[in-house]
Design a protein around this ligand. Structure first.
Ligand code: SF4
Length: 94
């Protein structure tokens, strides 16, 4: 039972997606969630440890415990280039 719960908690339920080409480099995300967002020398932000897509977007799967902080980062983005997708339903939450 405890093992099941642990597995549930570590499951990567969400995916953060960053439309990096349209990032204006305001650094709000990096200020709110520095463990997940960092500023690059080209002036835009990066998701730490993310997979880079050919179209320039970045993706990182996260678990439930990291949802709220990244939701706050997404909410803070003035140009709405941070998205969070529920991987179970495929719905884009933001
Ligand atoms: S908050 Fe949005 S625009 Fe600002 S650096 Fe982060 S992703 Fe880019």
């Amino acid at each position: 039972m405890a093992e099941q719960q642990a597995a549930q908690e570590t499951k990567k339920k969400y995916q953060i997606q960053h439309d990096r080409p349209n990032c204006i480099g305001c650094a709000a995300c990096a200020a709110i969630a520095p463990d997940f967002w960092t500023m690059h020398e080209d002036g835009k932000s990066d998701i730490v440890g993310s997979k880079k897509r050919e179209d320039g977007w970045e993706e990182l799967d996260i678990g439930e415990k990291d949802y709220q902080l990244n939701r706050e980062a997404a909410d803070s983005c003035p140009v709405n280039v941070i998205h969070i997708v529920d991987k179970e339903t495929g719905d884009r939450i933001i």
